[in-house]
Structure formats: C-alpha cells, structure tokens
Design a protein around this ligand. Structure first.
Ligand code: GBH
Length: 456
C-alpha cells in the first residue's frame, strides 16, 4: 500500500555546527565550551574532538551538492556562535558570517530552504567563564547575538530555530556533566534551563524585529517516559522524568507556565530565585511552530540513590533511574519505538492544538558495516526511518498538524561524548580522508521524498 504525505510536506535533513565543521581556529572563531570539554581527558570516548570533525568548513561545496542530490526541500544546520561573536558579545566577526552567507547562498541557488538553528550547544567559552547559562546575563547575550544574526542573514533565511534541546544543554551540561561544560551542579542546571528558555524568548523578540516575515520556532527533545512497573514509586519516578524532559519546557514555552509539580520537585536543589516576575511572558512569546526532536521512549524506576549522590540528569530527582530496555535498541542503547512518536505528536497537538509541528530530528546510530563494494547496506536504519515515518503518517491521519520531517543526520559526525564511534548519517564518512559515501538509506530517503510517499 502506498502511504502519501500531504502536498507541500517539508522533507529535510539536519546537522549542527560543532559536529561537522571543524576549522575551530579559522577565520577568527573563538573557543566554545565543546572545544574545552573535548580537550579534557576522559570527557569524550577515545579522546576525540571536533577540531577537524568531518571538515565541512572546507568541503561545503561538496556537501551542498550531496544535499541537492538527496533532493530535500530543506536543510537544517546551526550557526556557531563563537564564529560570529568569538567572545560571545560585541561586534560581529564578518569572516565568520561569510561562511554562513556562502552556505545559505549555496542552498538558495540549489532551491533548498535554509532552516537555521542559532544555538546547538557551542557556547562561547568566554561566556561560560562569566558564569555560563546559569547566569542570567547569558540570556541577554544570546538575544544580542540573535539580533545581529537576524540583521546579517534575515534577508535570506526564512526559518529560524532559536535553541536546540534546552533539556540537554541544561541537564546533561550542568547536572549530569556528560556534555559541555561538564559541570555537575544541580542547582546551576535548574537556573541554566530557565535562562536557556529566557534566551529563547528574548531571541524571538529580536528576530521578529529584524526578520518579521520569518517562521520562528525552537526545538525540544521529547522523550515520552513511562514507569517500569506499576508501583507507586515507579509511577512517581515516571511523572518526575516526564516532567523534566517534556512538560517543563513545553508548558513554559507554549503554555506560559511551569508545571507546579515539577517546580515542587526542583525545590530540593534550587530556591528558584532565578525565576523573576514577567519571565514566563517572555519565554512564552508566540512561536510559529514547534520543533520536535524524537529518538526514543524511556522506562524509569525509582532507585535508592540518596537525592545528592552521583551526578544525575534529573536534578531534584536523583533517585530516578533508567530501566534497561528489553526490546531492540540502536547502537546508542536507545529503544526503537516508532509508536512513541505517533503518541507524542498526538499528545502535543491535543495539549497545544494551535501550534504547527515539525519533526526537526529523528534518526538512529547503528553499527554500520561497509560492504565489499564500499557501500553501507543499512537496512536497520531504513527500517527505523520507515517505521517512524509511518508513525508521522498516522499522526497526520489523526489531524495532527505536522508540516515536515528532518532526518538526523546528513553524514556521520562528532556524536558528542560518544565521539565518532556512533554513526547516525545517511552518508558514511571515512576518516582520515573524510571521503563521503552515501549509504543505502540515502537513496531510500531520496526515492521516498521524491514520491512524497512510502511505497510498499
Ligand atoms: C540530539 O539529541 C542532538 O540534537 C544531536 O546533536 C545529536 O547528535 C542527536 O540527538 C543524536 O544523539 O538513554 O534511553 O534514556 C538527542 C537527545 C537525549 C535522546 C537523551 C536520547 C537518552 C535516551 N537525547 N536520550 S535513554
């Protein structure tokens, strides 16, 4: 049976700056917190870093041609703040902006819509030295950056994502300490989450002023969370994790209020004094759409860790632990659960029916094997993508207003704390030559989006 998608449905593919660009010392770029963390022994698997990454900075023309061959209508990428403001404040570095002008013009020449993310985790190190996201001033600096980028590129970019996955930036970065800046300070993490959201709201105002016609959104990582057993303790653990992962961010941005139960949970680690009158009005400035990043669902249970034991991704709920999945997982160890995406899209749309949705990331890492012909026959990735697209199609059948879908990711790249070991790409990147070789999934996605339908 052929499953068609609506006419005009946006097909895309996504990347982020630090994961692909390399060229970390070129054309005036300043250091970011990921440069610092990735050069800290023990922080990244095999001691890898993004110094060269997949050398996209120097291979941008080749990569543009690959994107055009893929046939997507839209390309989602991020701008490296430290290229544009090396110290995170003040005058722009024109050479840094020039790279993005070339990229965006190259997309437009090829008929591809640029979707630009302003922040995908590469905070200028100078701003971390001044306190980082736990400091309120960082939100204002982000708004200033947004305004300058809007001035420079607003004439040619019609789709903006302010911040990618504030949950990860705040709680993996400042509480678990697995992501940059590698701090394990639950109270600081709670303030970081708030200031990331405040920065988002202020950036919406800044972009509206400079690019009034543009579509503005942010991208949240959603992870539907359920209890491992039906015990009261496990169900409370699931409420807490769902609250931190999903509701804290979605309800603040789309509903204008933090969920009360989550605030209550957080008082164990924070006095919440960083939340000021009027902040939620800024955080909930109307957006034109919501970006939904979806990879997996999680089961959690109540462990017995005392609240302040080891670093946790759950500030205030350190006893919540992930339940090891019994079903198939990706190479990351994440459950493969396409139905979770349908349920999630329906949940968001019933809570906030007026907000159009884009799936701004979905994809999977597998242990790709290179065949004798040099090609990766990644049937497991194709099955993952197809399953999730069927879930999107079912959500559309239920009248969920999904406008587009972006595969994570164009090509294998620096997968944060996992280094280059985890490959999410539609294109294989063979190091050290960094030769690009499209996988089978690349051709599968190209054929699917050309037909605007899943066939078979
Ligand atoms: C995204 O984050 C990022 O935006 C992107 O840069 C990155 O390369 C990509 O995903 C792949 O990682 O251990 O079962 O509890 C992903 C957000 C948050 C999704 C943590 C998986 C853990 C699942 N992730 N979550 S589990």
């Amino acid at each position: 049976m052929t499953l068609e998608f609506p006419p005009g449905f946006v097909w895309g593919v996504a990347t982020s700056a630090y994961q692909i660009e390399g060229a970390v010392d070129e054309d005036g770029r300043g250091p970011s917190i990921w440069d610092t963390l990735s050069h800290t022994p023990g922080a990244v698997r095999r001691g890898e870093n993004g110094d060269i990454a997949v050398d996209h900075y120097h291979r941008v023309e080749e990569d543009l041609d690959l994107i055009a061959t893929l046939g997507v209508g839209a390309y989602r990428f991020s701008l490296a703040w430290p290229r544009i403001q090396p110290d995170g404040r003040g005058a722009v570095n024109e050479r840094g902006l020039d790279f993005y002008r070339r990229l965006v013009d190259g997309l437009l020449e090829r008929g591809i819509t640029p979707v630009a993310t302003l922040y995908h985790w590469d905070l200028p190190q100078a701003l971390e030295n001044a306190g980082g996201w736990p400091a309120r001033d960082t939100a204002h600096r982000f708004a200033e950056y947004a305004s300058k980028v809007g001035d420079a590129l607003g004439d040619r970019i019609g789709y903006w994502i302010t911040i990618n996955e504030p949950w990860c930036a705040a709680f993996l970065g400042y509480s678990l300490g697995q992501h940059a800046p590698g701090r394990a300070e639950p109270s600081a993490a709670v303030a970081a989450a708030h200031h990331l959201l405040l920065g988002h709201g202020e950036a919406v105002d800044a972009l509206r002023a400079t690019a009034p016609e543009a579509t503005l959104m942010l991208a949240l990582n959603f992870e539907p969370t359920g209890p491992a057993t039906n015990s009261d303790a496990d169900r409370d653990a699931a409420r807490r994790a769902d609250g931190l992962y999903n509701r804290l961010f979605m309800d603040a941005v789309l509903g204008g209020a933090y969920p009360e139960d989550v605030l209550e949970d957080l008082t164990v680690v924070s006095d919440l004094a960083h939340i000021r009158d009027g902040d939620l009005d800024v955080i909930s400035r109307p957006v034109d759409a919501l970006g939904v990043n979806y990879y997996t669902t999680t089961l959690v249970r109540a462990g017995d860790a005392p609240a302040e034991a080891a670093p946790t991704q759950w500030p205030g709920s350190a006893h919540v632990v992930a339940h090891e999945p019994e079903q198939a997982t990706t190479a990351m160890g994440w459950r493969i659960d396409p139905d979770g995406l349908e349920r999630l899209l329906r949940r968001i749309s019933s809570a906030y029916p007026r907000t159009p949705l884009y799936v701004t990331e979905n994809g999977a890492a597998f242990d790709d094997e290179v065949g004798p012909d040099g090609i990766v026959d990644d049937v497991d990735r194709i099955a993952y993508l197809e399953g999730h697209l069927r879930a999107v199609r079912r959500a559309l059948d239920h009248r969920v207003d999904v406008h587009g879908y972006f595969v994570w990711t164009l090509m294998d790249n620096f997968e944060w704390a996992s280094g280059y070991d985890m490959r999410f790409g539609l294109i294989r990147v063979n190091g050290p030559s960094r030769e690009r070789v499209p996988k089978r999934s690349f051709g599968w996605y190209r054929d699917m989006l050309r037909a605007n339908a899943l066939v078979g």
